[in-house]
Design a protein around this ligand. Structure first.
Ligand SMILES: [Zn+2]
Length: 175
């Protein structure tokens, strides 16, 4: 018998009710989730398996949404799922932290270019996490970009020798 973790009373198990997963900040409904309700104290909770994978699925869904720019709550969701503070995301995208705040509180639209950039970063990160590694890590690559760069850079030769693509680090590329 299940006990309420809050009051210790006997708890009711609910199996067939859609669960509104508002905790993620988005309007997401989960089906087939076991929920618990305590008649004595009113406590309610749900048992959600593998929240990390669930978040990755929600994130991918957001990134593949085609018709509209990212909404404030979607930007916030993607940032949090990347485990970034607003300041860190701002640094990565080359904007100020107040710009990120304004995107997230709906005072400013993200705009086409940053929308696409954020989606790309998220999808690359998700891909890395799923072990389809891209060398170096996308978050570090963006974090290390200087805030101001010169507009014109003289092209330099890229010198490669066979070892660099034949003996790629084992954890660096999928086999
Ligand atoms: Zn209770």
């Amino acid at each position: 018998m299940n006990k309420c973790y809050s009051c210790g009373g006997e708890i009711k198990v609910i199996k067939d009710k859609p669960y509104h997963y508002n905790e993620c900040g988005l309007d997401v409904v989960l089906c087939g989730i076991t929920q618990y309700a305590c008649p004595s104290c009113g406590e309610e909770y749900a048992s959600i398996p593998n929240i990390q994978k669930l978040h990755r699925l929600i994130g991918a869904y957001i990134c593949q949404k085609r018709k509209a720019l990212l909404k404030p709550e979607e930007i916030k969701f993607l940032r949090k799922d990347l485990h970034l503070m607003a300041k860190e995301l701002a640094t990565m995208l080359g904007v100020t932290v107040s710009t990120v705040s304004r995107w997230e509180n709906g005072k400013k639209e993200i705009g086409e270019a940053y929308d696409r950039l954020l989606r790309s970063v998220y999808m690359m990160y998700a891909s890395e996490q799923a072990n389809h590694m891209i060398c170096g890590g996308v978050l570090n690559m963006f974090k290390e970009l200087p805030a101001k760069r010169k507009k014109i850079e003289h092209p330099k030769e890229l010198v490669l020798n066979p070892q660099e693509w034949l003996n790629c680090l084992p954890d660096c590329c999928p086999t």
